[in-house]
Design a protein around this ligand. Structure first.
Ligand SMILES: [Zn+2]
Length: 228
């Protein structure tokens, strides 16, 4: 297409799709909280969406050009009340074409921050422990083919300069890190203790501050004893 000055040439791409019985794409996808990143496009199949830490469920609206296409959420979860766990929650939206021959999967990873405190579990469970820091998993991930779970930041730190599995020593190939959504979801439901469940963030931070001070004083005393 040429502009009037005859110099500027711009090319426009117009997305034209003829609907066939084989079509299994969405025409719109929206969530009641946050915004999809990247923004919705029929041929973009993977999104992220940030939700506040107090959001327990979101409603999803997915539409297609032809109402006869079947749209469903994996696991039979409800579209109008999709539950979010602290950390990451995966929503898989499946679209089935009118003729039932083709399917398209769209995924949204909802990210809900945990409280900025270390989670304590009432019962110690190995499956919720990070193999690096031995603490309760924070944003759990796995190494593809490996059997351990790690906090994302722990495994990123350990492999930052050396792209190697910390346990097997095998080198890490492209796409080695896998999100452990199931563990994160189970962890969200586990019986946990926060330092002050009813307290404000400030109160919680004060408790942590006092603990750190106590630890420091204790270690200074120990040092003094060692020096004597
Ligand atoms: Zn860790």
């Amino acid at each position: 297409m040429s502009a009037e000055d005859g110099k500027t040439t711009k090319r426009y791409t117009i997305e034209a799709r003829r609907l066939s019985a084989d079509d299994a794409t969405l025409s719109s996808l929206t969530t009641s909280v946050g915004t999809l990143s990247p923004s919705f496009s029929a041929f973009e199949y993977s999104y992220e969406c940030y939700a506040g830490c107090s959001v327990d469920n979101v409603s999803l609206a997915a539409k297609s050009e032809d109402a006869a296409m079947k749209i469903s959420l994996a696991g039979g979860k409800p579209m109008d009340k999709f539950p979010l766990s602290p950390g990451k929650t995966l929503a898989e939206i499946n679209v089935l074409s009118v003729n039932g021959k083709s399917t398209t999967k769209y995924i949204i990873v909802f990210i809900k921050p945990r409280l900025p405190v270390t989670l304590k579990l009432k019962k110690k469970e190995e499956k919720f422990e990070c193999a690096i820091c031995c603490g309760v998993l924070d944003k759990p991930v796995k190494i593809k083919g490996g059997s351990y779970h790690y906090c994302q930041h722990c495994v990123e730190e350990v492999t930052r300069t050396n792209k190697m599995d910390p346990f097997t020593g095998n080198s890490l190939e492209e796409g080695w890190m896998e999100q452990a959504y199931t563990v994160d979801e189970e962890l969200g439901k586990a019986d946990a203790i926060y330092p002050s469940p009813s307290g404000s963030i400030e109160a919680i931070m004060n408790i942590i501050g006092t603990k750190i001070k106590e630890e420091r004083e204790k270690s200074t005393k120990e040092e003094v004893i060692l020096l004597q």
